[in-house]
Design a protein around this ligand. Structure first.
Ligand code: IFM
Length: 459
């Protein structure tokens, strides 16, 4: 174990999941439909028509899953709360049975000595709200603030760490521009409005969490490390547009109190046509964060390119005059993602360089990999590629700490193999294998590796 990275005392080791990806019980105890139920049940949207109807059946098997977390030795477990379990139509009184489920989960975690870390929104918007405009409209942000108040009112006394939104980039841009996530829209201004209303919703949820007296509240972003394909000015400028779309659209309002100065160059007429911003929004969005959650998986190579759609009236928000290129000469995961651990260090040090003292402490709220792992003849899962990925990325994270970045915790994605959104059950990210026919859980070699790493940090 001598080559394993060592983290400071008090560093939080955790594991993460999300409601729609693991819970199942899609129509149980009053849960209403979410946009992901609609999307996954629409033919052609997901791999082999997979849905989250059953997923890992965590709704019924959560005691077994908490026992796996306890044996893993994690300090904290990051899960998300399904809004349509708590408010089946996204508004109005709480569905007590939905709240009771999360209350039971939290109690089970606390009994196991594990700190719960709750995400309020990991993409399962109540379908009824999408029918009224979804994140394109401000009303959804207002309903989100009310939902946050209900949940915090029930759980704030037992949940110390709260995350308002998970990866709003995916909600806004995969959901309303690329169309590869629910609700599957392909729009220009609609996606930019969604991005803004997600930030407003975050601000309203922060106020609700503060009012409930929670210990720590923050937001999780999937920041990208965009690197230019060549050193030409054109490619370097393309990186600025990619950074604006992926990163600055969130970090500037959240951490610098302003919208990105590069937004007009990135979105042109789409952003100048917007009328969704209101006076006071930046103050709401820019409330102090106790921590910033960062999810990291891979870097992206960016090259200058023309607009894919020449007509601005028909252009989607992710058509920003750049294209992705393959990362040369590195291993790729089962997602096709390049494995470049040093990019993880670079992402974090660049964040520190840009925001300095305005950067709150960081929690890595997701990091991990999908691999082609299969059980061996003895039933064990020797996921050596995942072990190598985790080892190299935790080492890269340690280097970021050495470079002065204040990182307080790390959550592996994911505890369980689960529903990987449009890719269904074809991609496995878990440190625990799930047999979807029997629901049997098998800890993989990576689970045992992570367990040893955590144990090595205990006195
Ligand atoms: O599975 C997802 C998760 O829901 C959000 N972050 C990225 C993961 C892997 O794609």
């Amino acid at each position: 174990m001598t080559d394993l990275p060592v983290f400071p005392e008090g560093f939080v080791f955790g594991a993460a999941t999300a409601s729609y990806q693991i819970e199942g019980a899609a129509a149980e105890d009053g849960r209403g439909p979410s946009i992901w139920d609609t999307y996954s049940h629409t033919p052609g949207r997901t791999h082999e028509g997979d849905t989250g109807d059953v997923a890992c059946d965590h709704y019924h098997r959560y005691p077994e899953d908490v026992a796996l977390l306890r044996d893993l030795g994690v300090d904290s477990y990051r899960f998300s709360i399904a809004w349509p379990r708590v408010q089946p139509t996204g508004q109005g009184p709480a569905n007590q049975k939905g709240l009771d489920f999360y209350s039971r989960l939290v109690d089970e975690l606390l009994e196991a000595g594990i700190e719960p870390a709750a995400t309020l929104y990991h993409w399962d918007l109540p379908q009824a709200l999408e029918d009224r405009g979804g994140w394109r409209v401000r009303e959804t942000a207002e309903r989100f603030g009310e939902y946050a108040a209900i949940v915090a009112g029930h759980l704030a006394d037992r949940v110390p760490r709260w995350i308002t939104l998970n990866e709003p980039w995916c909600s806004a841009f995969l959901g309303y521009s690329v169309g590869r996530h629910a609700p599957g829209a392909q729009e220009g201004t609609g996606a930019l409005a969604a991005a803004h209303h997600l930030l407003v919703g975050h601000g309203l949820a922060m106020k609700a969490l503060r009012a409930a007296g929670v210990r720590e509240a923050g937001i999780t972003l999937n920041l990208d490390r965009n690197v230019p394909a060549t050193d030409t000015l054109a490619d370097r400028e393309a990186v600025v547009r990619a950074d604006t779309q992926h990163n600055l659209v969130w970090t500037q309002p959240l951490l610098a109190g302003r919208y990105p100065t590069t937004e007009e160059d990135t979105w042109g007429e789409l952003i100048t046509r917007q009328d969704f911003r209101r006076e006071g929004d930046l103050d709401l969005i820019g409330q102090p964060l106790d921590f910033l959650g960062v999810n990291y998986y891979r870097p992206i190579v960016v090259a200058d390119a023309p607009h894919r759609e020449p007509d601005p009236a028909r252009r989607v928000a992710t058509d920003n005059r750049y294209e992705e290129r393959p990362f040369p000469d590195v291993r790729r995961t089962a997602m096709g993602w390049p494995v470049v651990p040093e990019s993880f260090t670079d992402l974090l040090t660049a964040l520190k360089d840009r925001y300095g003292d305005a950067l709150p402490p960081i929690h890595i709220t997701e990091n991990g990999t999908a691999e082609h792992d299969e059980p061996a003849a003895d039933g064990a899962v020797h996921d050596t590629d995942r072990v190598a990925y985790l080892h190299s990325h935790l080492t890269a994270l340690r280097e970021a700490l050495d470079a002065g970045v204040d990182v307080r915790g790390y959550y592996v994605w994911s505890l369980l193999d689960n529903f990987e959104w449009a890719l269904g059950y074809a991609k496995r990210f878990g440190v625990v294998r799930v047999d979807y026919d029997t629901q049997e859980r098998t800890p993989k070699d990576s689970y045992h590796w992570y367990r040893r790493l955590i144990a090595a940090h205990r006195g």
